[in-house]
Design a protein around this ligand. Sequence first.
Ligand SMILES: O=P(O)(O)OC[C@H]1O[C@](O)(CO)[C@@H](O)[C@@H]1O
Length: 528
Amino acid sequence: MDATALWQRYQDWLYYHDGLGLYLDISRMRFDDEFVASLLPKFDQAFKAMDALEQGAIANPDENRMVGHYWLRDPDLAPTSGLKREIVETLEKIEAFTQKVHQGEVKPPQTPKFTDILSIGIGGSALGPQFVAEALASEHPALNIHFIDNSDPKGIDRVLAKIGDRLKSTLVLVISKSGGTPEPRNGMIEVQNAFSAQNLQFAKQAVAVTGVGSKLDQQAHAEGWLTTFPMADWVGGRTSELSAVGLLPAALQGIDIRGMLAGAKAMDIATRKPQVKTNPAALLALAWYYAGNGKGEKDMVVLPYKDSLLLFSRYLQQLVMESLGKEKDLDGNIVYQGIAVYGNKGSTDQHAYVQQLREGVPNFFATLIEVLKDRSLPAFEVEPGVTSGDYLSGFLLGTRQALYENHRDSITITVPEVNPQIVGALIALYDRAVGLYASLVNINAYHQPGVEAGKKAAAEVLDLQRKIIQVLQDAGQPLSLKTLAERAEVADQIEVIYKILRHLASNQRGVVLEGDLGKPGSLMASYS
Ligand SMILES: O=P(O)(O)OC[C@H]1O[C@](O)(CO)[C@@H](O)[C@@H]1O
């Protein structure tokens, strides 16, 4: 296509949201009109399914639950007045609690005000809050936020060391929808231990965000934590940023949560339109379908050219991959669906893997995110007539063009600046694009059976660990791994047993492995 035809194509396919000042350009995806026409019947179905979902249908049949994250942004859409009340009251409670924390009315026992937040959660209970903190928190926020999002002891130690003696003025948020996920549970117990070590009362500085009646909810009530915020079962973890999960930490940092909700609501209205060409989420879904042939054959590389959007790709990784990465379709056929997502930021990544994107295996499509406003301080020229921001813009435009010339497609999203409305709008845009794409490829976007299977497998490993320690203790003498496995009645698990023992032996846990470490089969294990 020559330059004139491309310019025309750009204008033909450009989407612009007037209220948000957001542009979506899919002109550099090489689909044609015939392809678009072929997808329209699927889109009709997708729009209908989305409409039913918003009306409160059981959109997640496996877990028999509604999918209502759109109601969070417009409570009037909630299917019952009870649900509407729940949303409005939670929001008001977040704001009232935040105000009290900021004013020192809710305070830790030993200091006049809270200074820090320690947010403990994983997956959807961490990625949204992390993304939003990075994107929107000011350099001097009302409270500094820290995250524990793993069961890594060293990682936990690092976070606690960073907080140091400010633990006495740290508000701990334990965020877990289910209230039973092992990683946040472990993080919570470790933090409780750190509180005890400093003679601090954990309950007086702790808040839970969790499902009503969950284990965590019961614990928070029984121990008299500061308060709890409910997480509804109709909000999935990966779409929970605009529920208490994301709004509470954001508000505490001083971020304008009403602005985020307003931006998301505006985008929801735009993406509710049942016409592909004027619906930005449908345009994204169309582009994804085209790129990967409706089978995820190409990876989605997300490159925001703005440091504050660094974590957007990581946030999208869960949203897209946990939603779309499914073995079976809605009819039970094996389909192995999904779209792989990765990326960090431009232009930084141009000095890392963009070499491969430009010249190597063409197994991806790029999503470039452009932010028009460079900075709030006055422009500064790094050479006559040129600023750092001009360079950044040039790098983005250059990459887009170079990719296209080398037959690598890209989408470009352009926003005026990174503010609460835009962050809310981006979250909403991708929520809907994922939902529509899932309908196009006929899968359930709202469950995660694979993750549940992984959790079960991990629990089995820990059961095995308990069992083999018992066998070693009972034996009272060194055992070969083969004998150990036989005595534990799990002869087929010898490799896992070896790995468990090697980990325990590396951590002064009473297990000793003797022999040639390069020949695991020859090792003798004992317990002392
Ligand atoms: O908030 P919870 O229940 O602790 O779950 C955390 C995460 O674990 C998952 O259930 C599975 O990874 C995610 O969907 C979820 O965001």
